[in-house]
Ligand binder design. Structure first.
Ligand SMILES: *Cc1c(COP(=O)(O)O)cnc(C)c1O
Length: 406
């Protein structure tokens, strides 16, 4: 009896969302009521291992005690001042970001898409003020199969038809090239090109890892043509791939670095664009802004989120556990698997088209207590919080093997 009553509790919440919400997502039918570390619970008390981590916004795990402490302490002081005034929190976060990354300047926003928009404004203004591109002629090169967010400008340069359908007209000034093809970049550059915007690994695009040396080659090409390299590390950054940033794997540095997601420790939205004095120097008071951008509550949370990443050595954990997980996933003999790929704890398992879409596999994983979500139809993304333990991953791998070998 108890079970059927509580199942209807979950269903009631799902029905409310369906009845009153816009139908812009297709969630797995799981209601999460409570969470801790890598684990979440539904209203029935059924426990699941979170292997999506809110698309890598939860690298530090759910409700990390240190981040929640920072949230509570700051909530008792002041939460919002707007950028009309200073706070005791923003400067300290900016300083920590510079210490950790070496970039002298940061512009803080809230969501990832806003940070990408900020980066687009930055590189365009740099193009006009510093590079000397004629007014309104700036070109930005981006990659097919990209994901940089959902604003109208950003979906305007998506190659995903559904992301664009019905949302035009779109902003001009973007050129699409194939991902992973550095020669295409060389050919696409003109004297009006101001930047190349790219993800080190395409996350939403299906965990697409470019061949080794790609970032080094694009770095060299951008430098040679005086084109800014802007890396979107919103999903790959902050430990996910086994380094603080994915660009460290190739020993390069972008001119513009975009961060978000795990910067807020899964607690609050906060994002940022990091760059040099010269590039960030194009902004003058009044050029750009956001009411909540850099608010003291989010800054306090972000500072704790970064401290947790560094002090708990979460990038190193991601490297170690990612190697283990990749090896174990590759060892699973399954007639359904076309490919296993990824870096660190950002791993994609591609299901063969002949085995149908990935979603039914995710539904079976959910029945066994694993929350994972398909991306691009055929790929199951496994990206657990970086605080996950090896024995928890071992258990997860048993469930994954059971589903893939079915
Ligand atoms: C999630 C994501 C974004 C958008 O972030 P939002 O906070 O959802 O606006 C942009 N770029 C990449 C690579 C992402 O993964």
């Amino acid at each position: 009896m108890a079970a059927s009553v509580s199942v209807s509790t979950s269903q009631r919440h799902i029905d409310l969302e369906l009845k009153y919400g816009a139908n812009n997502y297709l969630p797995l039918p799981v209601v999460i009521e409570r969470a801790e570390g890598p684990w979440v619970w539904d209203p029935d008390g059924k426990k699941y291992l979170d292997m999506l981590s809110a698309y890598s916004a939860l690298n530090q795990g759910h409700r990390h005690p240190r981040i929640i402490d920072a949230l509570k302490n700051q909530a008792d002081q002041v939460t919002l001042v707007s950028r009309a005034f200073h706070s005791t929190q923003m400067g300290r976060l900016l300083e920590l970001l510079t210490t950790l990354t070496g970039y002298p300047k940061t512009l803080l926003m809230n969501t990832g898409a806003e940070a990408v928009e900020t980066a687009l404004k930055t590189v365009r203004k740099w193009g006009y003020k510093v590079k000397g591109v004629p007014a309104d002629q700036a070109e930005i090169i981006v990659c097919r199969n990209n994901f940089h967010g959902r604003t109208t400008t950003i979906v305007g340069f998506s190659s995903e038809e559904q992301y664009r359908d019905g949302f035009g007209p779109f902003a001009p000034g973007f050129k699409l090239i194939d991902y992973g093809d550095s020669e295409a970049l060389e050919h696409a550059i003109t004297p009006h090109t101001v930047a190349f915007l790219v993800e080190p690994i395409q996350g939403e695009g299906g965990i697409i890892v470019p061949s080794a040396g790609y970032l080094q080659r694009v770095r060299e090409i951008c430098t040679r043509h005086n084109v800014l390299l802007a890396l979107d590390e919103i999903q790959t950054g902050l430990g996910r791939t086994g380094k603080l940033f994915a660009f460290e794997h190739e020993d390069i540095r972008p001119d513009v670095l975009i961060v978000g997601k795990a910067l807020g420790g899964g607690v609050l939205p906060i994002s940022g664009v990091l760059s040099s004095e010269e590039i960030m120097g194009v902004f003058k008071p009044g050029d750009h802004g956001s009411t909540f951008g850099g608010n003291p509550l989010a800054c306090a949370v972000a500072r704790a989120s970064l401290a947790v990443l560094v002090e708990e050595k979460l990038p190193e954990r991601a490297a170690r556990l990612g190697k283990f997980m990749m090896k174990e996933l590759r060892a699973i003999e399954s007639k359904h698997v076309a490919d296993v790929r990824g870096v660190g704890l950002l791993i994609g398992v591609e299901i063969k088209v002949s085995s149908g879409p990935a979603r039914p596999f995710c539904e079976r994983l959910r029945d066994l207590g694993i929350l994972a979500k398909e991306t691009h139809g055929q790929v199951i993304r496994f990206a657990p919080p970086l605080v996950v333990r090896k024995r928890e991953l071992k258990w997860a791998l048993e469930q994954i093997a059971a589903v893939l070998q079915d």
